[in-house]
Design a binder for this molecule. Structure first.
Ligand SMILES: [Zn+2]
Length: 193
């Protein structure tokens, strides 16, 4: 009797599992990609001889159907169904035209999220509202929040305040590492769009 119940239970499990597997087959997975220049043609079928129904500006984003990138063509999710772009006309990331500009040397120090470094703000978010991340967050009082900077080849975002003037406080996950930073004068580059 117990065995029969177990078999029934297993059968029920298999039924549910198969039903779910079947339901998932219909899901479309997409990846966001960007047109890599102005005027990239959008085709109605994956062929250069097919009708061109429009062109894409640089950095226009498209949802590309996962697995649709084969044979040099990418299938794009559109209201009217299947449209296609050449895979070579799409990039995973937006094209950036900006460049690094040297701001000269800044005084740099290190800090962490402990009570010694942050006092009453210890454990909380940065001035930007985001939680600090090592190798990413710096504090600076003289550059706008969100400024992308580079020091010694490492990129950071100004996300915090707490220091003034030409001073950058570099965030670290541990107080020991932050303390070990000491005081260094480092050339700072700012990303300009
Ligand atoms: Zn600390």
């Amino acid at each position: 009797m117990k065995n029969k119940f177990l078999i029934l239970l297993m059968a029920l499990f298999l039924l549910i599992f198969n039903f779910n597997a079947f339901a998932n087959e219909g899901d479309i997975k997409t990846i966001t990609k960007y047109s890599n220049k102005d005027g990239n043609p959008i085709y109605i079928a994956p062929s250069e001889s097919s009708e061109i129904i429009g062109t894409a500006f640089e950095n226009t984003s498209f949802e590309v159907v996962y697995g649709g990138e084969s044979d040099g063509w990418s299938q794009i999710v559109a209201e009217n169904g299947n449209v296609f772009m050449k895979t070579e006309d799409l990039s995973d990331q937006k094209i950036e035209h900006g460049h690094w500009v040297s701001l000269g040397k800044y005084k740099t120090t290190g800090y962490c999220n402990c009570r010694k470094c942050c006092g009453k703000w210890s454990g909380g978010p940065t001035a930007s509202g985001r939680y600090p991340i090592s190798n990413h967050t710096v504090a600076c009082g003289s550059l706008p929040l969100g400024t992308k900077i580079m020091m010694n080849g490492q990129q950071y975002i100004v996300e915090d305040r707490g220091v003034t003037g030409r001073h950058i406080d570099v965030y670290y996950d541990s107080h020991k590492v932050a303390y070990a930073h000491g005081v260094k004068y480092i050339e700072v580059f700012r990303w300009v769009e």
